[in-house]
Design a protein around this ligand. Structure first.
Ligand SMILES: COc1nc(N)nc2c1ncn2[C@H]1C[C@H](O)[C@@H](COP(=O)(O)OP(=O)(O)OP(=O)(O)O)O1
Length: 167
């Protein structure tokens, strides 16, 4: 089975990170970066840019890929392959998506909010974030694999800082 390709975008300033509260669907109730499935016909970078716009209202032309995370859930053969991007610039107005933003038959529903880097709400984020978020905050690139049992418990993981993602 082919991996399911997804994107995750973290917009940041020197002391703050923009996260969104997922209001519906996979990861509901958790704060996360902005992202989703890569649609047929678009590149991973194009998918990341589109999802950022749909979910937060902003455009970034300076997305940099900084992480590759693979997730597996016990009992489900599908591997989620999440390409993590960051940007320290953006254009447009940050706004909550309410389901009316529709691009590629996709309805985004996220509530964006800035968080200071020493107040990231890890207790209300996916359990893997506490491992790789510090790497992101200090500007490192990383590759990881996480095996989840349900949506809260990690039973096995491997995470490495890397110089380059495509080596
Ligand atoms: C399992 O661990 C995860 N941790 C983190 N930090 N982020 C994750 C994890 N699993 C998925 N994600 C990210 C990847 C994407 O940014 C979203 C999920 O996107 P979604 O499934 O909602 O994709 P959409 O295109 O929005 O799908 P729908 O249109 O069907 O809602 O979470």
């Amino acid at each position: 089975m082919l991996n399911k390709l997804l994107t995750l975008v973290l917009v940041r300033e020197p002391s703050r990170v923009l996260l969104g509260l997922k209001k519906k669907g996979f990861g509901e109730g958790k704060w996360n970066g902005f992202g989703g499935k890569v649609e047929p016909g678009e590149t991973i970078l194009e998918g990341a840019k589109r999802e950022l716009l749909e979910e937060s209202g902003v455009v970034s032309n300076s997305l940099e890929e900084i992480g590759l995370l693979k997730f597996e859930f016990v009992g489900d053969p599908q591997i989620l392959e999440v390409h993590v991007f960051t940007s320290n610039t953006f254009e447009g107005e940050i706004k909550e998506s309410d389901g009316s933003t529709r691009i590629f038959l996709h309805f985004a529903e996220m509530r964006p909010q800035w968080f200071y880097t020493d107040k990231i709400p890890l207790h209300q984020m996916w359990a893997d974030d506490k491992y790789w978020f510090p790497m992101f905050l200090k500007g490192s690139k990383f590759k990881g694999y996480f095996l989840f049992e349900g949506h809260e418990k990690i039973v096995k993981y491997q995470l490495d800082e890397v110089e380059k993602l495509n080596s």
